[in-house]
Design a protein. Structure first.
Length: 155
């Protein structure tokens, strides 16, 4: 009974996957097929956020793939297609956003944080080295007393 129930559940879950939509596009040239593949890998799904539109199963990703296919059929070049998507969805839709005033922090922020970390480490190390080099400020009387206390503890 348990095996029968498990097989029914497995069969239903596999049937659900089998009914998933698969995009099939007919291209006139192999170059268009390659451009389509490059563009869908280059653009990010607005819903999934960490998947490109080629790998996403979200309905908006399917719409974007259809739009790219349509624009390729109209003879538009890659830059025109990417510009259209950026105008529509913002710089977020690109995995490699262009360098401009809005994205400067995105491009240079990690390097700035890394450089700041090195500066902080250098300051800490320098202070510790400086402290180690400075002689103790004990007077002769204090040094004698310290030696006496240390000798007393050793006995």
């Amino acid at each position: 009974m348990k095996r029968w129930l498990a097989s029914v559940i497995l069969g239903l879950s596999v049937a659900n996957v089998a009914h998933s939509a698969i995009d099939t596009y007919e291209f006139a040239r192999d170059e268009d097929r390659e451009r389509f593949r490059e563009l869908t890998k280059e653009l990010r799904c607005p819903k999934c956020q960490n998947q490109d539109i080629a790998d996403s199963n979200a309905p908006i990703a399917a719409d974007l793939r259809k739009e790219i296919f349509r624009m390729l059929g109209e003879g538009k070049d890659n830059q025109q297609i990417v510009d259209f998507m950026v105008d529509r969805y913002g710089d977020f839709v690109r995995y490699k956003p262009a360098l401009n005033a809005k994205t400067a922090l995105l491009w240079f922020g990690p390097a700035g944080l890394l450089l700041g970390g090195f500066v902080i480490i250098a300051v800490i190390v320098r202070r510790r080295l400086h402290r180690a080099e400075t002689p103790d400020s004990f007077s002769a009387e204090e040094c004698e007393r310290l030696d006496h206390l240390l000798d007393k503890n050793l006995e």
